[in-house]
Design a protein around this ligand. Structure first.
Ligand code: DC
Length: 225
């Protein structure tokens, strides 16, 4: 079994590269941000402050999250309902970042993530995969790109999903969220000591995928082991 961890700030292209890689290798892609987004969504739609640790902790017993793979696409169900792209809205990004700083929320999502990796060959993307979720991952990559390159990509991504997006707003919100994610006390978004850093600012998607494949090639014997 193989475990590939891809961490890094928002918009660094983790999910695009991880998805392409999973498809190429025929393994499972796990988007862990979607889990935090689901809890952020649950809080926002119930009118709970995403910074209120006590209220969020009280909400957790009412939440049931299922991760399913439908036609190779990860779908996250909240209490039986597939949330689809609703968790991609910009306000849910910040809500996800807020709830992800709460220890009870991280503990709540820990087993879901580890269980998937126990049962499948995975490429998992997030912020703490190499440091906390899969500390023994075969390959750990910390993917970065300049804030400007990342904001540009995120703006395009939102537009492609039919959501209105303004580059300046995206850049400001992205910087705010990254500072919050990397500065938090629990599982901060920082590279594991044994992570390989990859800056893909000037790379196309294909070049980023190729760069990651080169890093993974020496470990591919574990795929069928
Ligand atoms: O990857 P994303 O942008 O969908 O993640 C949304 C938020 O969830 C992110 O700002 C921080 C949090 N997150 C986290 O704390 N740990 C992870 N492994 C993945 C995401």
């Amino acid at each position: 079994m193989i475990q590939i961890a891809i961490d890094g700030p928002s918009g660094a292209g983790k999910s695009t590269v991880a998805k392409a890689l999973a498809q190429k290798l025929g393994i499972v892609y796990v988007d862990t941000g979607a889990l935090y987004r689901t809890i952020g969504y649950a809080a926002v739609t119930r009118g709970i402050s995403t910074k209120d640790a006590q209220a969020l902790e009280a909400l957790l017993p009412d939440i049931h999250i299922d991760v399913k793979y439908e036609n190779g696409v990860q779908c996250v169900y909240l209490n039986g309902e597939n949330l689809g792209d609703r968790i991609r809205r910009p306000e849910i990004s910040m809500a996800a970042s807020d709830v992800s700083a709460i220890p009870a929320v991280r503990a709540f999502l820990l087993d879901t993530q580890r269980d998937i990796a126990r049962r499948n060959n995975v490429v998992m993307d997030g912020r703490d995969i190499g440091t906390v979720i899969l500390p023994d991952a075969d390959v750990k990559i910390f993917m970065v790109a300049s804030a400007e390159a990342r904001a540009l990509r995120r703006t395009k991504e939102l537009e492609e999903k039919g959501m209105s997006a303004n580059y300046e707003d995206v850049l400001r919100e992205m910087k705010e969220r990254d500072a919050q994610d990397s500065g938090r006390a629990i599982a901060p978004a920082i590279p594991a000591p044994d992570a390989i850093h990859l800056d893909n600012s000037g790379m196309s998607v294909e070049e980023s995928v190729d760069a990651v494949i080169k890093l993974i090639e020496p470990h591919l014997n574990k795929l069928h082991a």
